[in-house]
Design a protein around this ligand. Sequence first.
Ligand code: SF4
Ligand code: F3S
Length: 106
Amino acid sequence: TYVVADACVKCKYTDCVDVCPVDCFHEGPNFLVIDPEECIDCTLCVAECPVEAIFAEDDVPDDQRAYIALNAELAKVWKVIVEKKDPLADADQWAGVKDKRQYLER
Ligand code: SF4
Ligand code: F3S
């Protein structure tokens, strides 16, 4: 499966959503997750994300491994998003910031 990781937090550009053939993105207040039970590993979303937030599960950086469980957990409670929308208003200010997990809203 593919995993949305740290760079998405507080940005949520949503370009990834439009290309997913199986609608496996779910939306929270300031982050998206991929449902690992739906993702078919097509890889299309990876190149769409302007902040390179999406990784194959095996390639998630060591300091971001917690996002694997977070995607699985939050995909069960957040609603599916199927169309691109505007990013968060201050997304560009947060795009280069690291270690944003503390800001993830549920
Ligand atoms: Fe959807 Fe493909 Fe990305 Fe999985 S890898 S989330 S199926 S676009
Ligand atoms: Fe997030 Fe990148 Fe998609 S910022 S919403 S994973 S395009």
